[in-house]
Design a protein around this ligand. Sequence first.
Ligand code: DGP
Ligand code: NA
Ligand code: NA
Length: 219
Amino acid sequence: MSPRGQLILIEGLDRSGKSTQSSILTAKFSKSKLLKFPDRTTKIGSIINEYLTDKSVQLSDQSAHLLFSANRWELNNEIIQLLNEGYFIILDRYIYSGIAYSLAKYEFSKRNANDSTVTSTVDEQIGDVNWLIGPDLGLPKPDLTLFLTLDLAELSNRKGWGEERYELQEFQTIVKKSFLRILPTDTDDSIEIVDVNNKNIEQVTKLIWDIVEKKGVNA
Ligand code: DGP
Ligand code: NA
Ligand code: NA
């Protein structure tokens, strides 16, 4: 029987380069698989895709949150099986995106609620980290998590910005704060923050690989 594989998660802000880096990292291992969340190819993923690309689609924040989590559960058995077969699985987003984006929506709607020209409701569950974590409890924990972060000024200059729901600079600023709030970087050695400011693709690839080697994840 092959030894258990490893689960490596790349998290990051929209357009932080995490998809590029996830692909590059996947190619470094001979027995590996890249899984991207949300996985828009599944049943639940197709609803999520509609929600993200069509701003007229109405979903409560709670139901959107639960759909993103359900989408991770759709792939749970596949992940466990691949790990048991000795695969390195690279995840492009996972549970921390789930919490950080919902939490950011709460902060964002709270701001708008103070602005009397905008009507929006504030759903308390979406601001409650314990509620947000709940549906993801039991999913496999990554052996290593890398969070790619950068200054928001640089982010908004990047290509393809602003096409989907959530891609507003003000919102992304709150998303970044939410990630930094929920990632247990001080107490959990398996979580690392990678600052990609003013770095090109090759430089970021090297930063990531150095961490992977240091953690012994590539053993
Ligand atoms: P991506 O395909 O990686 O660009 O992600 C699409 C958008 O959905 C992006 O703005 C981040 C957001 N997102 C990803 N995962 C989750 C999640 O689990 N929950 C919520 N609320 N948003 C998510
Ligand atoms: Na995006
Ligand atoms: Na850490």
